[in-house]
Design a protein around this ligand. Structure first.
Ligand SMILES: CC(O)(O)NCCCCNCCCN
Ligand SMILES: [Zn+2]
Length: 664
């Protein structure tokens, strides 16, 4: 299934007609450069173009009052003076004779997108719209927004398709207070927003934008605010919040639909955000949401005022929606102190509502909420981040790297008598192994594992790896007689200098994992039921699940809160996913793991499985081909020991691995 793209140039046909410094950044060019970048890059041709439409009155009334709608209806007939007058009653927004029409098209586009996804016409999609929506409220326009496009879409999805749970992720750099007000008492809509806050000193300066606004009444726990109290936040800060706050809750919430308030003013260069995250971060933020709700994801444009980073960020988002390989994110050095404080506050505020956050630490000593007056230390810290360090318009950043699709997506190396799963390309060619390597293989394993066809298997395995690292093939599945032996070979014989780092993810109880480099060329994360003895090195991290890999709750927690942050920091060139026989990992979890691991190494994942486990080749192939993983249904409360052990493991490792930090 494809990716929908909604765009109508009519929505470029309104603009600010008078002088207002607060509104001058919201210009038609925002939409034009975004769409043109998609056209120029060839991405628009790969999308399924869906026409915009006007939202009807009843659809707009899902969120807004009749009084407000009737008032806005009058604006097309207003004189310039009337428009100015009318605008004065709202904050940081402007009206125009054509903005009502455009606002209906913006909301209608979001609804068209929901229809396309919910009817299965497409898997996911993006609506390039203006005016944006997330600040507008029941009876008021605000922050360049007239109708709350995403809030209307959420209500529409529930009403028309009986969607039970909607996740709204708002990565715009402003707090979508309009969305928060809409759903704060509604447990069927989980609203997550991060936003520049600076202890309530940043627009819209609301006390209720802080982390302690967790929702009300039955909606308590279903509103998550992560305030950024400093500017200059980077990729590490964003990924940490996804791994340690949003994703655990999102997986536990198990939404039927994901809506994204896709504002790109959180990207580097934006005059509003003054952040430093690069456009390719949105490739990963999108990817990390794409295995929720069976891949049903609707992104709706909100803000984004630097025309360069906006266009790049939109392209990064669309390319991921289309399933292209992800760019590697280099040198993630962990969240900054301020981000850790915000992270810790949000986690502790929600630990009573979400079992996946149950073991979150207490809030930091330095209470960062607005009550807290800026201390001399903070003032000093702010001057530390001198003007020039801050990310302003003048900031430059590298073009996002090209994300080339390999000619072959998924290859397989299988015994001749095993049928190749649909969609996979069987690799039969293999270069002859040097005799030296053959003899090494033979005398390393006296077992039959490396008899005649065993050598063939290994030579094909090495061939496959070579094709992965030169991006001829994206990922692969290999069936071997003995996975432990095969893993040793791959890890030890990886001579290719194209592979500087290999992330080995071992699922299931270990046999002998005696081969662990300490030079950092290999990072092994082992998830099993074995009560691991003391962790052997920075590069061998055993995660113990009391009830073993069949405990999906514990497993997904370990993946989100440990494996993902580690993987991002380690930044491997190859991922080796080893399924030990008898691991008991649940199929949907296995597919989720493969899906999430695609975020590393440009998707170069090599799955090693034992021949006698060929029954799960189909689901492995499906995940390797990029099909969304099935949702993890009715997750049990994680085993307390496991949750607690994971927290302690993170605390122990965070000295070596900065991305594991969740406490200041
Ligand atoms: C959709 C959105 O979230 O990007 N709207 C942002 C509104 C910002 C209002 N304040 C502007 C002050 C100018 N420096
Ligand atoms: Zn914004």
């Amino acid at each position: 299934m494809g990716t929908a793209l909604l765009y109508d140039e009519e929505m470029t046909k309104y603009k600010l007609l008078w002088v207002d410094p607060a509104c001058k950044i919201e210009v038609p060019e925002r939409l034009i450069v975004s769409y043109e970048a998609l056209v120029r890059s060839g991405l628009s041709d790969r999308c399924i173009s869906i026409p915009a439409r006007e939202a009807s009155d009843s659809e707009i009334l899902l969120v807004h009052s009749e009084l407000y709608l009737e008032a806005v209806k009058k604006t097309p007939y207003m004189t310039l003076e009337d428009l100015k007058e009318f605008t004065l009653q709202f904050g940081d927004v402007y009206f125009h004779p054509n903005i009502y029409h455009c606002a209906k098209l913006a909301s209608g586009s979001a609804l068209q997108l929901v229809d396309s996804v919910m009817t299965g016409k497409v898997r996911n999609g993006i609506a390039l719209v203006r005016p944006p929506g997330h600040h507008s409220m029941h009876g008021a326009a605000n922050g360049f927004c007239v109708f709350n496009n995403v809030a209307i879409a959420a209500r529409y999805a529930k009403q028309k398709y009986g969607v039970k749970r909607v996740l709204i992720v708002d990565w715009d750099i402003h707090h979508g207070q309009g969305v928060q007000y809409c759903f704060e008492d509604d447990p069927s809509v989980l609203y997550f927003s991060w936003h520049r806050y600076e202890h309530q000193n940043f627009w819209p300066n609301l006390r209720e934008s802080d982390y302690d606004s967790v929702g009300k009444e039955s909606g308590a726990g279903f509103n998550i605010n992560v305030p950024w109290n400093n500017v200059g936040m980077e990729n590490s800060d964003y990924l940490s919040v996804f791994c340690h706050v949003l994703l655990p809750v999102a997986y536990e919430f198990c939404p039927d639909l994901v809506l994204v308030c896709a504002g790109f003013d959180s990207a580097i260069g934006d005059p509003e955000g003054e952040m430093c995250a690069t456009p390719d971060i949105f490739a990963h933020l999108t990817h990390l949401l794409m295995n929720l709700a069976g891949g049903k994801l609707c992104a709706v444009l909100e803000g984004g005022y630097n025309l360069t980073s906006l266009a790049q960020s939109v392209c990064q988002t669309v390319q991921t929606l289309l399933g292209d390989p992800l760019p590697q994110l280099a040198n993630l050095r962990g969240p900054c102190k301020s981000a850790i404080e915000s992270l810790q506050c949000a986690r502790s505020a929600h630990r009573r509502y979400w079992s996946f956050l149950k073991h979150a630490a207490d809030p930091p000593m330095t209470d960062i909420s607005t009550k807290h007056v800026k201390s001399a230390m903070e003032e000093e810290e702010k001057t530390e981040m001198a003007e020039e360090e801050r990310c302003t318009e003048g900031k430059v950043w590298p073009e996002p790297p090209e994300r080339l699709c390999p000619p072959v997506c998924s290859a397989s190396v299988l015994p001749d008598d095993v049928a190749c799963p649909d969609g996979l390309k069987r690799l039969s060619s293999s270069k002859d192994l040097e005799p030296l390597l053959v003899s090494k293989l033979k005398n390393r394993f006296r077992t039959a594992a490396v008899d005649g066809d065993g050598v063939t298997t290994f030579s094909r395995l090495y061939t496959l790896i070579e094709k992965l690292v030169v991006n001829e093939i994206r990922n692969g599945l290999v069936l071997v007689p003995d996975v432990a032996a095969a893993m040793m070979c791959v890890v030890q014989d990886l001579t290719s200098d194209l592979v500087k780092r290999v992330l080995v993810v071992c699922v299931g109880k270990e046999k002998e994992l005696d081969y662990i480099t300490t030079d950092g060329k290999v990072l092994v994360v082992q998830i099993s039921s074995e009560d691991s003895e003391e962790q052997r090195s920075k590069y061998y991290i055993p995660v113990c699940l009391k009830k073993g890999c069949s405990d999906t709750s514990g497993f997904i927690q370990a993946v989100l809160g440990l494996l993902l942050p580690l993987g991002y920091e380690y930044n491997p060139d190859l991922v080796l996913l080893v399924r030990m026989p008898g691991s008991g990992v649940v199929d949907s979890m296995w597919q989720q793991l493969i899906g999430l691991l695609q975020g590393f190494a440009k998707g170069h994942t090599l799955v090693l499985m034992q021949v006698n486990e060929k029954a799960c080749m189909g689901s492995t192939a499906s995940a390797l081909l990029g099909h969304p993983a099935p949702p993890l249904q009715d997750l049990q409360t994680p085993f307390p020991e496991d949750g607690d052990a994971l927290e302690r493991l993170r605390e122990r490792l965070q000295a070596d691995w900065k991305m594991l930090q969740t406490t200041s």
